[in-house]
Design a binder for this molecule. Structure first.
Ligand code: AMP
Length: 407
């Protein structure tokens, strides 16, 4: 039996790095007052079809959707924002103080063509600041994403930033773009895509398409006065926060709900799947899910891809610490002493382990444990390697005290 196509197991010692990345990406959120939320790994399908957008690749091609035994259409979450918004609405969090700042982390599922950095089961850190439309909040959100990457020691990443306008200016711009695209030489598929969401064509990576988009109209040149002022203020706050970015006027994200500030984090050591995170403002999402008309902004960062970025930069994080005391019984009679000592060391807060089974020599001389500090235990004495020995009666207590002092 093997793990399903597009999925993988995370095993020690790599799992330590995975945990370290997850922890480091979420620590800035906790420091900034974001509260942890857990939502189900599956939701009613409508949460995603309405929340992510009927026309998106995620909804049309990539969802794991099935009828449960009660005949309900259920979908494994392809992203975490829609479920968080559903919870925000269901529990009327908007009735409290605003903004409501939330974060979560967990599995997401997409039926994509697997390749390096693109999986069918992956992990996202997701954060949202809901209920306030303030450019300073946009800047906070973007800066927290940057902080997570910086804290990991990453340097070879770039923040791409743009504004996608809003209902006051995007429809007119959309018309302009449609007229422009109609004159181009595009294949049937791309034409169909252009009819559903013409902005997506701008983000088409194929050189033959990009070659025709040189003088395409750009949203940033057609922002309304209010969305332009919003975007200017976001950039001012980002400068104040010491965050640098690259203007990316053709940036369009894969999900339909974005408005105004939109951004992506890319890493230059990852090849084609270079996006390590992205997000933006989505002022229509709550209403689309049947909630009040409140604004929101947030991002999702891929933990797996960020780990690949950490490895691409050769950063040494999350290396397993090992134990502080590895207790080695010298002979079968010392077993009881060793087991008791390990228990006492652990109770005293010392990371301790011992030998189990009868394959002792190989277990404790393996490369993983070779550098761990040893406590040798005979039936009569025990002592940290090359230190004073203790009388058998007080052996465990003395060792615990001694290790407590020496640590
Ligand atoms: P998205 O929800 O599409 O905006 O994705 C946010 C982040 O999740 C991306 O920048 C990636 O880091 C990560 N991600 C998205 N899809 C996948 C996937 N299929 N496999 C691994 N990571 C992914």
């Amino acid at each position: 039996m093997r793990a399903p196509k597009g999925t993988f197991d995370v095993l020690p010692p790599d799992s330590e790095r995975f945990l370290a990345v997850r922890e480091t990406l979420t620590a800035p959120l906790r420091r900034a007052g974001y509260g942890y939320v857990e939502t189900p790994v599956f939701e009613d399908t409508a949460v995603f079809s309405r929340g992510v957008g009927e026309s998106t690749d995620v909804v049309t091609k990539e969802m794991y959707t099935f009828d449960d035994r009660g005949g309900r259409s259920i979908t494994l979450r392809p992203e975490l924002t829609a479920g968080l918004m559903r919870a925000f609405i269901e529990h009327r969090l908007h009735d409290g103080a605003l903004p409501v700042k939330l974060w979560t982390v967990g599995s997401a599922f997409r039926y994509e063509r697997p390749q390096a950095g693109r999986y069918r089961h992956f992990t996202q850190v997701d954060m949202e600041a809901l209920g306030v439309d303030d450019p300073a909040l946009d800047a906070e959100v973007v800066a927290l994403g940057v902080q997570g990457f910086r804290d990991l020691g990453l340097t070879d990443f770039e923040l791409l930033l743009t504004s996608l306008g809003d209902a006051t200016c995007r429809p007119q711009y959309r018309e302009l773009l449609v007229q422009y695209l109609e004159k181009l030489d595009l294949d049937e598929d791309t034409r169909r895509r252009a009819e559903i969401n013409p902005l997506r064509v701008l983000d088409d990576k194929r050189p033959e398409v990009q070659a025709q988009l040189g003088d395409a109209p750009l949203m940033v040149d057609h922002l309304s006065d209010s969305t332009r002022a919003h975007y200017d203020a976001v950039r001012q706050h980002l400068t104040d926060l010491g965050v640098t970015w690259t203007e990316a006027p053709k940036l369009v994200r894969g999900l339909d709900y974005y408005t105004k500030t939109t951004f992506e984090f890319v890493h230059h050591g990852l090849g084609s799947q270079s996006a390590i995170g992205g997000g933006g403002r989505y002022d229509g999402l709550s209403a689309a899910l049947g909630g009040p008309d409140v604004s929101g902004i947030g991002y999702a960062v891929g933990v797996d891809r960020t780990l690949l970025a950490v490895q691409a930069e050769g950063l040494d994080i999350g290396v397993a610490a090992g134990v502080q005391a590895f207790v080695v019984p010298l002979g079968a009679e010392a077993k009881r002493v060793a087991v008791r000592l390990v228990g006492q060391l652990r109770q005293a807060g010392v990371a301790a382990d011992t030998v189990y089974g009868d394959r002792a020599p190989r277990t404790w001389s393996s490369s993983a444990t070779a550098t761990w500090p040893r406590v040798w235990v005979s039936s009569r004495t025990c002592a940290p390697a090359s230190s004073t020995r203790y009388p058998s009666g007080s052996c465990s207590t003395s060792c615990v005290k001694r290790w407590g002092r020496d640590r």
